[in-house]
Design a protein around this ligand. Structure first.
Ligand code: SF4
Length: 649
């Protein structure tokens, strides 16, 4: 419901359209219809990206000036609702890109980049809301390096100062993210800065955007999209409060929800997936040993996804308890309450000493997949990746690939010294990718299918299969997350059908359900669809994945109404989630995604595990096809995974 004074309850009611090519900013009222249909954050950004894609037909190159990057928030942001500090960033990804799929994969249609929504916490998203804007929509490309200041209802495009750059190996490149953040936050006290790092400046397709030193819009290459636009940073501040439709009711209901979440977090039976002490590292013991009410473990990837189990003595060097031992005080996102997944960490001595944050499960898991069982090195690499603006997950995935290629003798020309389990060379590799400073770094600073192409051109056709075998990211993959893909068929479907690309674990997470016995294609497909809809809503509401309240409860629906004046029933709210997922899929269809993409199984995953409780388990292509058939039926898509014309957008 709009207020009388041109404002919107729960929203700030202003969008900024930034045209970097012309150096112009336009501020408009948002579309109220869009808010009702798509809520905020991820949903509204999908609609704004759809308008762009519809206008240009399709986006051929995500690093061209035609890409649009949108940063924004949601109605719940900056309210007392626990975890209401997550912001959204959407764009077409330069990583899930395969305009000429390598011939050795078979016949596949081209893919021009998928819509990526990335969620980030820290303080930036709520400060952006206080600056008076719901969405900043950025188009075009500046002809010189620029930065944005979004403050107190205004947006300015400013020239990026020379202080934000340095010369490395004869090339001018942005300084590490902490230096950019320090510089700009000192210049504007009380502000937050979001920036790219050297990797984004150098257009590495898995470069991220960083704020608060360690919070990231992580996956899909947002840093490279900033780099392609000559955009270095966005700094935000302001004091505009959130306008509440029914303040006394909202305060009372928010308190009730807070108490409920506090009680849930104190109850191990109710906590969704981890305890506040262990954070996401809880999943390490669960994935390896089955601790914490898990089934049996055996699905922590090892040696570039060859296995899900390995020597327990090696695991004991990187267990949940081992990371707990270096954890310090909590350092959480603005408005986080009770759940508190993040903690600071310190390594006191040695080559990798330093102070920072404890790495998250997915980062650790994907570096264990490089056989790295050195806690200090994992801590340090995580810190350095944040400085360089590199997504730790995609980097971990590609490093494991590079290690296997080295082992098999395919990176001789680059003189790769990468070895499974060796930290020092992994650190050198990270630097050389971010700065494109060696042959090896330049090769891997590209999207995966381009790397495959270049390697295949050097070797006889007989080697084609073996090279492709090392890549789990081929045909436009985002890169698999840290749960061994061979073990859970439902999770494999979740990985395969996520709108932001093959391998993403955040849009649906089936592990507990599959361990509890969910096994039939109908059940698995339905679970994935329902989770994807729920996650679209969580992202569009500005909440965190670990929010443990029920967004379909009477309490939550009433709370939302008292904030915005908008009435949703369970079904009408679910309709919004479905609409968001469908529209993202529509964009992806236009960008080239169809069943070919969803049904693609990297060859490695057809080879059975040899170790652990799931010995003998591999991805079963026939079974996956059955789940996919049901999944498409439930989504209402064609057998080829295409959206049937839908006027509901
Ligand atoms: S649970 Fe973790 S990610 Fe979620 S809001 Fe809290 S600190 Fe941030």
């Amino acid at each position: 419901m709009k207020s009388a004074s041109n404002g919107f309850y729960g929203y700030q009611g202003r969008w900024a359209w930034v045209d970097l090519t012309r150096g112009q900013v336009r501020v408009t009222l948002p579309s109220w219809e869009l808010y009702q249909k798509y809520i905020g954050g991820r949903g509204v950004q999908a609609a704004l990206l759809w308008e762009k894609i519809r206008d240009i037909g399709f986006l051929q190159d995500p690093l061209s000036s035609d890409n649009r990057v949108i940063i924004g928030n949601s109605p719940l942001n900056d309210t007392p609702v626990p975890t209401a500090g997550r912001g959204s960033c959407s764009f077409i990804s330069p990583l899930t890109y395969s305009p000429r799929p390598p011939a050795g994969l078979g016949q596949y249609p081209p893919l021009y980049g998928l819509i990526t929504h990335s969620s980030c916490g820290g303080h930036f998203p709520n400060r952006l809301k206080r600056a008076g804007f719901d969405q900043i929509i950025i188009d075009g490309r500046a002809n010189r390096p620029v930065r944005l200041v979004v403050a107190e209802g205004n947006v300015e495009i400013l020239e990026a100062e020379p202080d934000l750059f340095e010369e490395i190996n004869g090339q001018v490149v942005v300084r590490p993210t902490s230096a950019i953040i320090n510089y700009l936050e000192k210049k504007y006290p009380g502000s937050s800065t979001l920036c790219l790092g050297p990797a984004g400046w150098n257009l590495v397709p898995y470069a991220n955007l960083t704020t608060d030193y360690h919070r990231n819009f992580g996956r899909g290459g947002g840093g490279a999209v900033f780099g392609s636009k000559n955009l270095v940073a966005v700094t935000v501040w302001g004091n505009k409060p959130v306008r509440v439709f029914d303040p006394s009711k909202f305060t009372a209901l928010a308190r009730q929800l807070d108490e409920q979440i506090e009680a849930d977090v104190a109850d191990p039976q109710k906590t969704v997936s981890f305890r506040p002490e262990t954070g996401t590292t809880w999943w390490l013991d669960r994935a390896f040993r089955g601790d914490f009410e898990g089934d049996q473990g055996g699905y922590l990837p090892w040696h570039n996804f060859d296995e899900g189990y390995f020597d327990p003595a090696l695991y004991d060097r990187v267990s949940t308890a081992v990371f707990l031992a270096i954890a310090g005080r909590h350092q959480v996102c603005h408005r986080c309450r009770h759940i508190f997944c993040a903690r600071r960490a310190r390594v006191e001595s040695g080559r990798f000493r330093g102070e920072g944050v404890r790495p998250e499960f997915e980062t650790i898991a994907l570096w264990i997949n490089c056989c790295l069982v050195d806690r200090e090195a994992i801590f340090y690499l995580n810190k350095r990746a944040n400085e360089l603006g590199v997504d730790t997950m995609s980097f971990g995935s590609l490093t494991a690939t590079a290690m296997e290629l080295t082992e098999k003798g395919y990176l001789g020309e680059e003189q790769s010294k990468l070895r499974f389990g060796e930290a020092e060379e992994m650190l050198n590799f990270l630097e050389s990718v971010a700065y494109r400073s060696s042959l090896l770094g330049r090769l891997f600073a590209q999207y995966p299918d381009k790397i495959i192409d270049e390697l295949m051109a050097r070797f006889p056709p007989a080697d084609e299969k073996e090279i492709i075998f090392c890549f789990t990211q081929s045909y436009g993959g985002l890169g698999y997350a840290g749960i061994e893909p061979k073990v859970f068929p439902g999770m494999f479907t979740a990985y395969s059908t996520s709108n932001r690309g093959r391998g993403d674990h955040t849009y649906a997470w089936t592990i507990q359900a599959e361990e509890a016995g969910l096994a039939q294609p109908e059940e698995l497909a339905a679970y994935v669809v329902q989770s994807q809809v729920g996650k679209a809503l969580i992202d569009s509401l500005g909440l965190c994945d670990f929010f443990s309240g029920d967004i379909f409860s009477d309490l939550f629906l009433e709370l939302y109404r008292s904030l915005t004046g908008l009435t949703y029933e369970i079904e009408s709210l679910k309709d919004c989630g479905r609409r968001i997922y469908q529209l993202e899929r529509k964009i992806n269809n236009i960008q080239g995604r169809s069943r070919d993409y969803d049904a693609f199984i990297p060859p490695k995953f057809r080879v059975p595990l040899k170790e652990g409780p799931y010995r003998g388990r591999a991805v079963d292509p026939e079974f996956q096809q059955k789940i996919l058939d049901v999944y498409y039926r439930l989504q209402g898509w064609t057998e080829n995974g295409l959206i049937i014309e839908n006027n509901d957008f």
